[in-house]
Design a protein around this ligand. Structure first.
Ligand SMILES: [Zn+2]
Length: 668
């Protein structure tokens, strides 16, 4: 999708069921939308970002009755859960729409009446299998079971036959136009694989859609026939037009419609990619450019579900880390469209390695040196060498590539590129060793140049990460004493550098908390409660139960962290002998080791510099994992990992063997 030629950008999330407790799945969609909205603003677009809640329908009616409340009172009492979470996540929406808002209900009625007059809506009799929980008639291909009943493929609950007078939407009349839409505009559904699913569903034949209920009271009344209420999906989908002003703010509606991206979970793609464009074709409104069906987050490779007690409550992570680490992790870890796996280990690894180490340390070290060596104000820098110039020219190229990635919704690619550049800047500092230059007065102009280059790189790279981590980047820009914040600078107006003479750089504070995995897991367990799950994939629950190995399917939080013997056996643990050990310039916590693992020599980075001096380590034997994927730490490839105990003050104590064991011996 290239939206570059257009002056406006309109992005939406689905409206979430008001009675759901918002979880990581909701947060994911909303964070994507927020990052895209923030990026498009930097790109100079006039942006509108809509999110909100779906407040009508049978489920809410029932939940309210159980609590002795009116449906509206129930909605009013719980809508704050979503709004509070979006606040905590720094979500910059322009309007939070509730389908109980007056302008929305009026808009839906107007559209309904228009379609009725045109003949696209007509009255008839509907009989079919209906899932009360999902407020949805089952697809015709759901088989009849032996007992003569049907089970809802979405939630696994028993469906019931419902027969009622209803208004139909003439969906069948739009089959050919929909197929032509997918053919002429393949970008209408992304990713591509989902387009194929949608198209083959439509090719299979479309039946007219029942869009009103007499059995549900809590909904938008059908104009002129108030014993019917409008089916929640017809009601809900139209929030995308009423939310920007359809029939109440014509100027804004004309400016922003059609939407550039509707972000949706893949479970509701059909509603957005089949029904929604058909409704719009019927009412003569332009079609959105793209419906993006993103994937789901699994927890430790298992679908989150209430019964497993493994649904993630984002507040637990937010309490410890603030919003940016979660925003970064969710967007960095997987390409939009694929399923992701959320594990606390992976999350903490990203926070500690990418954010605290690679980015946070770079900021901290560079600005501290500018403070210590130059009193915060860099003067008398030498001319750029070829190598200095590369930091600048690399940035200029990076800026273009990152723009394209954001513009194509490839958020993970944008972040990968930014962090690769941050890695290069770290390497540049390590190679230039400014802390050694500082000891020699004659090298002061070089020292000034190196620190200036690093500070400019920090400023530039952080700007590029602003759509994803706005709060942290504003902090960095505050340390840099920037006169403007990133949101005030257009992408094409951002230059490398930007430090005029007389700029006095402030004192950096830690950007990201350092949390030990053990403490974090304890906190996380306390916070993991059974809360409503992400919508189930058809049959997902059953498939898992069948494939789970015996003894591994216990419910609850302890079982979630267990691994099978098969998984343990995959780890290749060996005795290694340390042959060399040295400090890593500029790093206080890590050592670079050379080890003998029997068959070969390896190098590794170990976070043990606070407990051991390099000279004490040579000749020692210890246990290492030798088949872990290599990681690059401080620009150095680490080809093994050692095992160590972590003390209360976060120091690593290594178990060494107390007798001579040959390097390479298997540990099991
Ligand atoms: Zn269902």
């Amino acid at each position: 999708m290239s939206t570059s030629s257009k002056k406006t950008f309109y992005v939406t999330t689905p409206i979430y069921y008001v009675n759901d407790v918002p979880h990581i799945g909701h947060a994911y969609t909303t964070i994507i939308a927020d990052a895209l909205a923030r990026f498009q603003k930097l790109a100079g677009k006039d942006v509108f970002f809509l999110t909100g809640t779906d407040e009508h329908g049978q489920k809410i009616e029932k939940a309210a009755a159980e609590k002795g409340l009116t449906p509206k009172a129930l909605a009013d009492s719980v809508v704050g859960r979503a709004q509070d979470l979006w606040k905590a996540l720094d979500i910059s929406y322009d309007l939070f729409i509730r389908t109980t808002m007056d302008f929305h209900e009026k808009g839906v009625q107007k559209l309904f009446r228009m379609l009725l007059e045109k003949g696209d809506i007509y009255k008839g009799e509907y009989k079919g299998w209906y899932c009360v929980s999902d407020e949805n008639f089952l697809p015709d291909d759901v088989p009849l079971e032996a007992e003569g009943c049907k089970t809802c493929p979405d939630c696994g609950k028993m469906a019931s036959v419902v027969s009622e007078e209803t208004y139909f939407f003439r969906l069948s009349a739009y089959q050919d136009r929909l197929l032509k839409l997918y053919e002429d505009h393949p970008e209408f559904v992304r990713p591509q694989s989902r387009l194929n699913e949608v198209a083959s569903f439509v090719r299979g034949g479309l039946k007219d859609l029942s869009i009103t209920r007499t059995t549900v009271k809590w909904g938008v009344p059908v104009p002129g026939d108030p014993k019917h209420t409008v089916y929640v999906w017809f009601d809900a989908l139209h929030n995308y037009v009423t939310g920007i002003g359809y029939d109440w703010n014509t100027e804004r509606f004309g400016k922003f419609w059609p939407a550039d991206v509707h972000l949706v979970g893949k479970d509701i793609l059909r509603f957005h990619a089949v029904y929604w464009p058909a409704f719009l074709m019927a009412s003569g409104l332009p079609l959105p450019r793209t419906v993006f069906g993103h994937g789901w987050w699994l927890k430790d490779d298992t679908k989150m579900s209430k019964s497993k007690g493994n649904v993630l409550d984002p507040h637990v992570l937010l309490k410890v880390f603030g919003p940016d680490p979660l925003r970064y992790f969710l967007l960095r870890e997987i390409p939009l469209g694929q399923d992701g796996n959320f594990s606390h280990e992976a999350f903490l690894h990203r926070v500690n390695s990418d954010l605290a180490n690679d980015f946070g340390n770079l900021v901290q070290r560079t600005l501290t040196m500018i403070g210590n060596y130059f009193g915060g104000e860099i003067t008398g820098a030498a001319e750029e060498t070829v190598e200095d110039a590369r930091i600048r020219t690399d940035f200029e190229e990076l800026k273009g590539r990152v723009f394209d990635h954001y513009d194509a919704c490839a958020l993970n690619r944008a972040l990968e590129e930014i962090w690769a550049y941050i890695g290069r800047v770290n390497k540049y500092l390590a190679e230039n060793e400014p802390w050694i230059m500082a000891k020699d007065a004659s090298r002061r102009p070089r020292l000034a140049r190196v620190l200036l280059q690093a500070a400019a790189a920090i400023r530039g790279a952080s700007y590029l990460a602003f759509p994803v981590m706005p709060r942290s980047v504003e902090k960095v820009w505050t340390f840099l004493n920037e006169p403007k914040m990133p949101a005030e600078i257009r992408w094409d107006g951002l230059d490398f550098g930007g430090f005029g003479p007389g700029r006095k750089i402030g004192t950096p504070q830690a950007l990201f908390p350092r949390v030990a995995l053990k403490d974090f897991l304890e906190d996380a367990r306390i916070g993991e409660q059974a809360i409503p799950a992400v919508k189930q994939a058809p049959g997902a629950e059953k498939a898992e139960a069948a494939s789970a190995p015996a003894g591994d399917n216990k419910e609850g939080v302890i079982a979630m962290d267990q691994i099978s013997y098969e998984e343990f056996r995959k780890m290749d643990l060996r005795v290694a002998r340390i042959t060399e050990a040295e400090r890593v310039p500029g790093a206080t916590k890590i050592l670079k080791l050379k080890i003998d693992i029997g068959t070969e020599q390896r190098q590794m980075i170990a976070g043990i510099a606070e407990t051991y001096a390099p000279e004490d380590l040579v000749g020692k034997r210890l246990i290492v994992i030798v088949n872990l994927k290599p990681a690059v730490i401080r620009g150095i490839e680490s080809q093994a990992m050692l095992l160590a105990a972590i003390t209360a003050d976060n120091k690593a104590v290594v178990p060494f063997f107390d007798r001579d064991i040959p390097a390479g011996a298997v540990v099991k």
